[in-house]
Structures are given as C-alpha cells and as structure tokens.
Design a binder for this molecule. Structure first.
Ligand code: 5GP
Ligand code: ZN
Length: 141
C-alpha cells in the first residue's frame, strides 16, 4: 500500500487531468501516493499548505479530527532524516499547532509518527498523524 505502478498512474491521470508536474520519486516502476497528492494528481483536498509541507485529512480517520502533516520533499521516514533535513520536523510541529488552533482542539491532540514496518508505517513518505477533536463528540445519554 502507498505505492502505485505505472498503469494505475495512467488511470489516475485520465481522471484528474494532466499533472502539474511529474512525481519526483519513481522507484523502478512504482511511485509514492503522497507525492501524487502533493502534485495534485489525486483528488485530495489540501487543507493547508506552505513552502515546506501540506496537510490533508486521513482517508481512514481514527479520531474526529485526523490529519496528515506531510513534507513536500520525499523523505521515507525518520530513519532517512539527517542534519540537513531534520529541520522539517519543527515545521511539522508548528503546522500541527496551527491546525489545533484552526480546528479548535488546543485542549487535546496527539501527534504520532509510525516509523518502519513493525510500527505500522504503510506509506513510506514521512508524515505526522494529527489526532484530536474527541471533546467535540456528542455526549451520549
Ligand atoms: P502510516 O500507517 O503509514 O503511518 O499512515 C498512512 C496513513 O495514510 C493511513 O492512516 C491511511 O489511512 C492514510 N492514507 C493512505 N492512502 C491515502 C490516500 O490516498 N489519501 C489520504 N487522504 N490518506 C491516505
Ligand atoms: Zn513521496
């Protein structure tokens, strides 16, 4: 999961029109789903964007507010970060803070990064899960 082959990409392009730019992360015949979202080649609503990252809703939400904070640069995971690229981490945290304000969930939210297969990482493009909004759920009874 998380990677498309060339045939699937052709089908997506027919649906979404010509790409704004080519994905940068071909690995053999496979490419990365989040790079396609960033390149606007998949019909995903980007709810926040700056020079370094994008934010969109998780397709399979595990909380009332479940966002993905995703660097534009293709970095596979924390394991691939180095002194030069690790600065993206503070930018991701600041984006999380901005999202908490925007969604009115400053009272409680969780930030999570799955790193590696054993931790449940399925998309190998670094991303931070933003989970919150439990207080917004209607109280039963
Ligand atoms: P991971 O397990 O790698 O940390 O999380 C990947 C997340 O990406 C999952 O929560 C999954 O629901 C989400 N996801 C996978 N494919 C798509 C997609 O095409 N669109 C969106 N919005 N989210 C996706
Ligand atoms: Zn990517």
């Amino acid at each position: 999961m998380g990677y498309y082959d060339k045939q699937e990409i052709q089908i997506l392009r027919r649906k979404t029109g010509p790409p704004e730019f080519e994905p940068v992360c071909w690995r053999g015949s496979m490419t990365c789903i989040f790079c396609h979202i960033i390149a606007r080649q998949l019909p995903t609503e980007i709810i926040y964007e700056n020079a370094d990252l994008v934010v969109f809703k998780d397709i399979n939400p595990q909380a009332p507010v479940h966002l993905l904070i995703v660097p534009k640069k293709h970095i596979e995971s924390i394991n691939a970060l180095d002194e030069k690229t690790a600065g993206i981490f503070s930018k991701m945290v600041l984006a999380a803070k901005a999202m908490a304000e925007r969604h009115g969930v400053q009272s409680g939210y969780r930030l999570m990064i799955n790193n590696g297969r054993e931790a449940g990482q399925v998309v190998y493009h670094l991303h931070m899960h933003f989970l919150g909004g439990w207080g917004k759920r209607p109280v039963k009874g």
